[in-house]
Design a protein around this ligand. Structure first.
Ligand code: SF4
Length: 660
């Protein structure tokens, strides 16, 4: 089969026939060929595909041909494609796959595909019934009426998707009835038979190709394949986000909010029961918070914070806090179960599910406090802007889980992304994900970086660690000059809010920049400011880690990317700290084995924001002098596509002015 694949990407192939602007790209044809070979041989594939290759079509096409080949039963042909972002999921389902359907029609190839979206898009039968029990707490005036309509809809709907509901459900109400993975009881709950989400999963069994997100794919892996239909191949796109998805599926948390939510969604059944649990939770989480504050640890303490300005405290042993919620949660659970026994058949399942939620919370908290999950890290997190606290656990390393349950499980795995290799090697991703026996391919971008981009590396910047104040001033001064020359159209990428705020404050009061629109990224505000930035040519967006990857701003809106610091992870992050301890414990070197390649990958992602199409032009400025002064510096620079470099600020300014 694979001998034919490359021909399909030729200038007279079926893609060219349905796409008027089709451009034959050798890298795209090569990628398709590699994927076809992997599927035919059953050998896993790690494939880095530079920006602009058109990688989604390059893997979809061989996947379709493989999934529709005559002979084998569906479970031996079915392909699952998983992405991290909803944007890519939608692109595959709404643009690429319909296009491929048209392109392959004339060759007589037909296929069925299904899209399974993130939890927030599905109506949950359990939550809907729970909400109807506590109708006194409904979020809006017409909520009761809409809840009844939703209930009628859920009896006959073939899909749980929100977009299939024939009337508008206000956001506040939707947040009470949508599927929530922290609450979902799955087959353990009393609503499994009526579960609408399950109906979508059943329909997905008819598809040759299934589009899901990483969260769902790894939830399926965690539950031993009980969610997705059997499949022989998985293609993990945006594979650089796989590890974090696995960690978030295998880890869990309990916070003051989890308890408040259960109480808000439970009807007042026994006087005094809810206040007792509420008071116990307030006392318990306040105690946790006081201890964390007493430790005065966390990324904010040293002035460098990632996206969440939180205070963190590792819990290195079990039993640090007494489980004061156990008794009131047990009381609530048994009262709800008792209530279910005497309730009408219509109401009983909702009481049962609320009881099961109370039990779930109690068991999670016990597992956290007694540190029952082996090879995991435990910590407390407190938001600086509100009271309360959260207890978390996550696996320290996911490699052994993935090796056993994914790579040695009989299916073929294709991992792809624009950045998978660090300093030309896949060793890091292999180690972190537990990849075994895989082919490796790196395909460069078809863009002409020599012509399209200029890399500006200032000759004399102060060291960000040794001279932080001087560094901050120099960053501000350089940003001012570059932004003036570009007239906006800039991303300024930071690793901390502290430096971001200092630079933002200085630039906001700068008269020569008053024609620019400065956007300051605050936690939780990434999407709205990105939308506003896209609309203007004179915007400068000062952002932290969210903006280093996965953000696509093609065209003139982005012509300057300033990388203020190398994106080394902030010290004190529990998972990376525990991982470093584990590597050290094995006699390894956590910096060179782990932190450095990880930082190189993020750095490449940051650089990759600039050139998103053949027409894009611009400057990437790297203001961290460590790329040239430290022994590891060359590894960062060599990991970038070849492009012109300069140390001259004037040359960078001239390049930018020419774009105006
Ligand atoms: S399994 Fe139950 S809790 Fe989960 S989505 Fe379905 S109905 Fe809701």
């Amino acid at each position: 089969m694979h001998a034919d694949v490359a021909a399909l990407f030729g200038s007279s192939g079926p893609l060219a026939r349905v796409l008027p602007a089709f451009e034959a790209r050798p890298q795209q044809a090569r990628m398709a060929q590699e994927v076809a070979t992997a599927l035919a041989s059953g050998r896993h594939l790690l494939i880095e595909a530079g920006t602009g290759i058109g990688k989604s079509v390059a893997y979809l096409l061989p996947a379709i041909l493989w999934a529709t080949r005559p002979g084998p039963p569906p479970e031996e042909r079915r392909v699952v494609v998983s992405t991290h972002t909803r944007a890519l999921q939608e692109q595959l389902a709404r643009k690429d796959l319909p296009l491929l359907q048209r392109a392959l029609e004339s060759s007589g190839v037909t296929f069925r595909y299904a899209l399974l979206m993130g939890s927030e898009n599905y109506l949950c039968a359990q939550r809907l019934q729970e909400m109807r029990l506590s109708s006194a707490h409904l979020p809006e005036a017409r909520s009761g009426e809409i809840a009844e309509a939703l209930s009628r809809h859920s009896r006959t709907a073939v899909s749980g998707l929100r977009s299939e509901i024939p009337f508008i459900v206000p956001e506040a109400l939707w947040s009470r009835v949508r599927r929530d993975r922290d609450i979902c009881l799955g087959a353990r709950g009393p609503f499994w038979e009526d579960c609408l989400y399950r109906r979508d999963l059943v329909r997905a069994r008819e598809a040759d190709l299934l589009i899901v997100n990483h969260a769902l794919f790894f939830l399926d892996l965690k539950t031993g394949g009980r969610i997705l239909p059997p499949h022989a191949v998985v293609i993990l796109d945006e594979a650089h986000r796989v590890e974090e998805s696995v960690v978030s599926q295998l880890g869990f948390s309990v916070s003051d909010r989890s308890v408040a939510r259960l109480l808000d969604e439970t009807p007042a059944i026994v006087p005094g029961l809810a206040p007792r649990l509420r008071d116990a939770a307030a006392e318990f989480f306040e105690d946790v918070r006081r201890r964390a504050e007493g430790e005065k640890r966390g990324p904010v303490a040293d002035g460098r914070a990632p996206d969440s300005p939180a205070l963190l405290m590792r819990l290195r042993e079990a039993g640090v806090f007494a489980d004061r919620l156990r008794a009131p949660l047990l009381d609530l659970e048994s009262t709800l179960e008792e209530r279910a026994r005497v309730a009408s058949p219509d109401e009983a399942p909702a009481f049962l599910s609320l009881g099961a939620r109370a039990r779930d919370l109690r068991e999670r908290l016990a597992a956290l406090l007694e540190q029952r999950i082996p090879d995991s890290v435990y910590w407390v997190e407190c938001d600086r802007h509100r009271r309360g606290a959260a207890l978390h656990t996550a696996p320290i390393e996911v490699a052994h889980v993935l090796r056993k349950q994914l790579f040695e499980d009989g299916r073929t795995v294709v991992l792809t992304s624009a950045t998978l290799a660090a300093a030309g090697s896949f060793a890091h991703v292999r180690r972190r994900l537990g990849v075994v026996a895989a082919s490796e391919v790196v395909l460069g971008s078809p863009y002409d970086y020599e012509k399209q981009a200029l890399l500006y590396l200032p000759a004399s910047m102060p060291d960000p660690v040794g001279e932080p104040d001087e560094f901050s001033e120099s960053v501000t001064a350089t940003c001012r000059r570059l932004l003036r020359a570009s007239g906006g159209g800039a991303f300024v990428l930071f690793t901390s809010y502290a430096l971001l705020r200092r630079v933002h404050e200085a630039l906001s009061s700068e008269p020569s920049l008053r024609d620019l629109e400065l956007f300051r990224h605050e936690p939780g505000q990434a999407s709205p400011i990105l939308e506003r930035f896209r609309m203007t040519r004179t915007g400068a967006l000062l952002g932290t880690m969210t903006f280093w990857q996965g953000v696509d701003v093609p065209g003139e809106a982005l012509r300057l990317v300033i990388i203020t610091r190398l994106p080394f992870e902030v010290p004190g992050q529990p998972i990376s700290e525990a991982r470093a301890e584990a590597i050290r414990g094995r006699g390894g070197d956590p910096f060179n084995e782990d932190a450095l390649p990880e930082t190189i990958l993020t750095f490449r992602q940051g650089f990759g924001r600039l050139i998103r199409s053949r027409e894009d032009r611009g400057v990437v400025a790297v203001l961290d002098p460590r790329v040239t002064t430290r022994p590891y510096g060359p590894m960062f620079l060599e990991s970038l596509p070849p492009c012109r470099r300069t140390e001259s600020l004037q040359e960078a300014e001239r390049f930018l002015r020419r774009l105006n």
